[in-house]
Every structure is written in C-alpha cells, then in structure tokens.
Design a protein around this ligand. Structure first.
Ligand SMILES: Nc1ncnc2c1ncn2[C@@H]1O[C@H](COP(=O)(O)OP(=O)(O)OP(=O)(O)O)[C@@H](O)[C@H]1O
Ligand SMILES: [Mg+2]
Length: 262
C-alpha cells in the first residue's frame, strides 16, 4: 500500500513536471527550436552554419546541436550505434578480467528493435539535457537532425514505412519529446544520386549507415515526405538541389524572419 502511494505521488509529480508548464515558465521568453532534416549530403550542415551566423549577427542567443550533443549516455549509445565493433572491442579489452563482465561477441549484429530504442534513448537524454534547458533560458536550438531522422531512417529506410513501426516511433517520440517538437523543421530534399555525388566529392566516411544502398535511401526520402504531409505547419519541404544561397535566402530566411519578427 505504502509502495503504491509512493508510486502514485511519483507519477503525479512526473506528469506535473513533464507536461504542464508552470505559470512562471509561460511568462518567460523561450528560445526557438529549429531542426534540419534530409538524407546524407543534402546540405543540412551548410545551411545550419549560415543560419547560426545570421542569428548571431542579430544578437539571438543560439546553439547548434547534433544529437547526442554532449550527453553522457547519449554519447555512449551513439558510439555503439555508429562504430559497434570498435566499441565492443574496447570494452572487452578494458573489462576482460572484471568479474562483472562476460566478453562481448563483437561480430554479433544488433537487432532492428534495439536500434530504434537506442536512438530513442539517446534522444531522451538530448531533449532533457540540451533542448529543454536551453529553450527555457531563452537560447534557440538548431538541431542537425532530430526525431524525424529516426522515423525516416529506421521507419522508412529499414522498415519500409510499415505502419506499425511508424506508429511505434511516433508514440515513443510523443513520450520522449513531451512538448519539445521543433517549431520549424527544414527538410532539404535531394535524391539518392545527388547525395552519392556530393558525398563522393567529400569522402563520406565509413560508418554503418553510409554503407546502405539505394532502396534504403529511397525509403527514407519517401518517409520524409510522409512526415511533411502529416505536419504541414512544422515541416518546410525545400528543393535541396537549388544553390546554397537561393535555399538560404528564399526558403529558410522568410520563415526565420517571421518567427523572430525581423
Ligand atoms: N545546395 C547545394 N548545392 C550544391 N552543393 C551543396 C549544396 N548544399 C551543400 N552542398 C555541398 O554538399 C556537400 C554536403 O553538404 P553538407 O555537409 O552540408 O550536407 P549534410 O546534409 O550536412 O550531410 P551529412 O548528412 O552527411 O552530414 C558539401 O560539400 C556541401 O558544400
Ligand atoms: Mg552534416
């Protein structure tokens, strides 16, 4: 009984804390949350650098963050997701004589289910430790990829837009993000060929994600469009093959200026 009461109080305080802004919070000027999405090489980082410069010149306090962006658990998870073998080998080396450790079978591939939940776990840390505190103290946050990337890559690319998986990802995002969905998301739309061409020019790196192929990327692009259709107020679809300046001046700045009242 005592235990149940405790859980009830805990649940109530969790709900209050997580879902209902206090009157004080409502009066404070919040930062703006912007995210950039699209397949590899679509120009996210390029446009974000321009936008950060622009906002700084306007004296807007702003940080650019890429998940897991300096969170402890998120950073560890990210390393395991992107470079699993290397990470497992390091752990094996470090803990091989530890009684509380069984050697990790480094060749064992992670399951698809785990992949989703690991991304979501890293995102929960990012929302709590980076997004929420910055927005609450009036600092705008620009995210180089965010929630839509999981729906697009895992939901669209791997699960081929299976409605059950998409629903699962959506529900978990509602739980993890609370009210911290971006105010605006810029989706830079390019096709697989343009992506490959651009990444070929800059030597794309060799992590797990970049090894996957054309149908994977087409699934991702299709799911990004599904997201945009479902969220027409939040997501701006941009033709990412236009010039860098054209995109910045004509597709990004008008929204930014209107949000900040410039
Ligand atoms: N609109 C554009 N037209 C032509 N080239 C572009 C354009 N935008 C970016 N590029 C070039 O394409 C390459 C990839 O751009 P960028 O790194 O900004 O993409 P990204 O979306 O951040 O990629 P990733 O997902 O791999 O981090 C860079 O060499 C960049 O200069
Ligand atoms: Mg980038």
């Amino acid at each position: 009984m005592k235990h149940q009461m405790f859980l009830l109080i805990l649940a109530e305080s969790f709900i209050k804390e997580q879902l209902i802004p206090t009157p004080k919070e409502c009066k404070m000027k919040k930062g703006v949350f912007l995210s950039f999405e699209g397949i590899d090489g679509c120009g996210k980082t390029t446009q974000i650098m321009n936008l950060e410069d622009y906002l700084k010149k306007k004296d807007v306090p702003v940080i650019t963050a890429r998940e897991p962006g300096g969170t402890a658990l998120g950073g560890g998870i990210r390393r395991m997701l992107k470079y699993p073998e290397e990470t497992y080998k390091l752990l094996n080396e470090r803990y091989k004589n530890n009684k509380d450790f069984v050697l990790l079978p480094v060749e064992q591939l992670r399951t698809f289910e785990s992949e989703i939940f690991l991304f979501l776990a890293a995102r929960a840390e990012f929302v709590n430790y980076i997004v929420e505190p910055n927005l609450n103290k009036g600092v705008s946050v620009i995210a180089d990829r965010f929630a839509d990337s999981t729906r697009a890559y895992q939901g669209g690319g791997i699960a081929k837009s299976n409605p059950r998986i998409i629903e699962l990802i959506n529900k978990n995002h509602d739980f993890i993000l609370k009210r911290y969905w971006p105010d605006k998301t810029f989706f830079l739309d390019i096709n697989y060929e343009v992506s490959k061409h651009r990444l070929g020019l800059i030597n794309a790196g060799n992590d797990d994600f970049e090894k996957r192929k054309k149908d994977f990327f087409e699934g991702i692009i299709r799911e990004y469009h599904n997201i945009a259709k479902e969220n027409p107020k939040r997501v701006v679809v941009i033709n990412g093959t236009k010039s860098i300046d054209d995109i910045f001046n004509n597709d990004i700045l008008p929204y930014v200026n209107s949000i900040y009242g410039f």
